[in-house]
Design a protein around this ligand. Structure first.
Ligand code: BGC
Length: 273
């Protein structure tokens, strides 16, 4: 299908007027679909709505469910979407926890632009969580512990090429996601899972030499260990609030690389030390 360029260009133009703009933030998770509206500072100005993610949900059905979920919000100017897989220029490359085959190559950005009649930007969910969490100082690694395992890496606030640690070998031939994802937590229990998290922190420290590591995602509530001073837990809300950064400064002219321009504290991320 040919890209309706006019729809997208008009949509993008209308998104440029930033001041006072309201951003609809959507977080597509392997377990839940969440949405809220953010003000231009990234503060939530509506309640957060959530529905369960249907198992192996195909793209067309997902678009319908999301449109229904966000219908009560009424007014918003633009849309940020966190997706649980690799996304390049709006198109899905991988979707491990959603039923991969049906999703490969799907232009989620375009489908939602057409459905919601607003400009849409889609990025990996851990990248968005990271944009919300980081201080834009030094090397910052973000790991999300949820249904899957998300990862993003930043240098001085600039998002590096998407880092897909989830499916990388971690221990005895099993991947990070197999050892630390939701299924593993349920299977081995909190104690053993916490030992694995601790081991992963040290492995990732050696891999990236991070200045700071942020742990986010719904399963951080199961983290029961004392964390090193350069590791902190961040609120899961940042998975939506980070969406504001998709409409801010961009680095290196790429549509996939975002830069968080200035170091600043993100209001409300209380879990962060
Ligand atoms: C995907 C990542 C995603 C993570 C969290 C993994 O299975 O490969 O891209 O960030 O789950 O949703």
């Amino acid at each position: 299908m040919k890209t309706p360029k006019n729809t997208k260009t008009a949509a993008r133009k209308s998104a440029r007027a930033d001041s006072g703009a309201k951003t609809l933030a959507i977080d597509i998770g392997g377990t839940g679909l969440k949405a809220c509206v953010l003000d231009d500072e990234g503060e939530m100005i509506t309640e957060r709505l959530r529905v369960e993610t249907p198992a192996n949900c195909p793209p067309a059905e997902m678009v319908e469910i999301l449109a229904e979920l966000v219908a009560p919000f009424g007014e918003y100017d633009r849309v940020s979407v966190g997706f649980p897989g690799v996304v390049r220029r709006g198109k899905v490359v991988t979707a491990h926890n959603l039923g991969e085959e049906a999703w490969k190559g799907f232009n989620l950005d375009l489908a939602l632009t057409k459905k919601l009649h607003k400009p849409v930007r889609v990025l990996n969910d851990a990248d968005i969580q990271g944009l919300g969490a980081i201080r834009a100082k030094g090397v910052e690694l973000v790991i999300t512990l949820g249904t899957g395992l998300g990862s993003s890496l930043f240098e001085d606030g600039r998002l590096c090429a998407h880092l897909e640690l989830a499916h990388h070998p971690f221990h005895k031939g099993r991947t990070y996601e197999e050892e630390l994802g939701k299924v593993a937590l349920e299977k081995v229990g909190k104690r053993k899972w916490n030992r694995r998290v601790s081991k992963a922190i040290e492995t990732l420290r050696n891999l990236t030499c991070f200045d700071h590591l942020y742990l986010g995602g719904g399963n951080t509530k199961a983290v029961k260990m004392e964390l090193p001073p350069d590791v902190s837990l961040v609120s899961n809300e940042l998975g939506m609030r980070g969406g504001i950064w998709l409409w801010r400064e961009r680095g290196h002219g790429s549509t996939d690389i975002f830069r968080k321009a200035d170091a600043h504290a993100v209001p409300g991320d209380d879990a962060q030390s």
